[in-house]
Design a protein around this ligand. Structure first.
Ligand SMILES: Nc1ncnc2c1ncn2[C@@H]1O[C@H](COP(=O)(O)OP(=O)(O)OP(=O)(O)O)[C@@H](O)[C@H]1O
Length: 285
């Protein structure tokens, strides 16, 4: 679905943002793209949807170079940017004017999403609150029913019930045919939503891993004191939060926040452990 090899990109030649970046995203998954502020998440998504152009390397979507912005590709991908601007028309008018760009648009699904999000369907979009506008656009994005759906910080501006609703709707929208990518710096928002975690740090992808596999390989615990065998440890008010190798126990919950902190901090033992037995391209650690 998305194939990136050796991507080089920078807004200026002097300060490259990505160097030798590799990433493969497949159908049938919900990916969470994590990175610190300024790591380049939005920029990577823009490269994927053809709104920013690589300085070098390959960035293909649906088998075509993203930068070509071929009509057939654009009809099968939807990008929801972080900042949204809605026109001063009713939701119905917006759908009438825009849905035609997406051949698989599902009007019944849109009605369902808007009702679940409690977005007033008859209102003029600019008269809605920012959160309501965002929920309208999320509903529209899901209903567009494209093979690739890319959402940049979709949970920004959503209240707590809406975040839960968002997770539920995303889960129901996933099919074997679709690939959903969500970027965020709010790691907790992705818990119990994504199946694969992608971490962008230091100009490249440092992790692209299935959460189920991570749960089989790692355990996350809070203990009175960290030990030498721990792969990563972080002090907290309740003791030490540690990541350990899972030596044959049942896979538990992956603490995404702790894992993220470890990967963007100093965790050479964890890095070395995770890079064992991995394919040549990814996960890259
Ligand atoms: N149009 C632009 N021109 C020049 N520099 C840019 C432009 N857009 C982004 N940048 C810079 O590129 C870097 C990455 O920005 P980007 O918005 O991709 O990061 P991000 O990971 O999405 O951050 P955040 O979590 O804060 O949204 C930042 O240093 C930013 O200042």
């Amino acid at each position: 679905m998305v194939r990136i090899r050796n991507l080089h990109f920078g807004y200026s030649r002097k300060r490259p943002l990505f160097q030798n970046l590799d990433l493969t995203l497949e159908r049938g998954h919900i990916y969470g793209l994590l990175g610190k502020n300024g790591a380049g998440k939005s920029t990577l998504l823009k490269n994927i949807v053809g709104l920013a152009f690589p300085d070098g390397g390959v960035c293909e979507v649906l088998g075509q170079p993203a930068a070509k912005r071929l009509p057939a590709v654009l009809a099968d991908l939807f990008f929801l940017p972080e900042e949204i601007y809605v026109p001063a028309v009713t939701a119905a008018k917006f759908v009438e004017q825009t849905a035609g760009f997406y051949p698989k648009f599902d009007h019944d699904a849109l009605a369902h999403y808007l009702s679940e999000f409690e977005v007033p369907a008859q209102a003029v979009l600019t008269a809605l609150s920012f959160g309501q506008q965002k929920k309208f656009m999320i509903g529209f994005a899901l209903a567009a029913n494209t093979s690739l759906l890319v959402m940049d910080e979709p949970t920004n501006g959503l209240d707590i019930p809406s975040k839960a609703q968002f997770r539920k709707l995303m889960a129901t929208a996933l099919t074997e045919e679709r690939c959903l990518i969500i970027s965020t710096h709010q790691v907790r928002d992705l818990e119990s939503l994504i199946d694969t975690v992608v971490v962008l740090h230091g100009q490249r992808i440092v992790l692209n891993a299935d959460l189920g596999e991570l749960a089989e390989r790692l355990t996350f615990a809070t203990v009175p004191e960290a030990g030498p065998a721990d792969l990563y440890a972080e002090e907290s008010v309740r003791g030490a939060q540690v990541i350990r190798a899972n030596r044959g126990g049942l896979g538990g919950r992956v603490d995404l926040e702790l894992l993220f902190n470890a990967l963007v901090g100093q965790a050479p033992a964890l890095t070395a452990y995770l890079s064992q037995n991995q394919p040549a391209h990814e996960p890259v650690l």
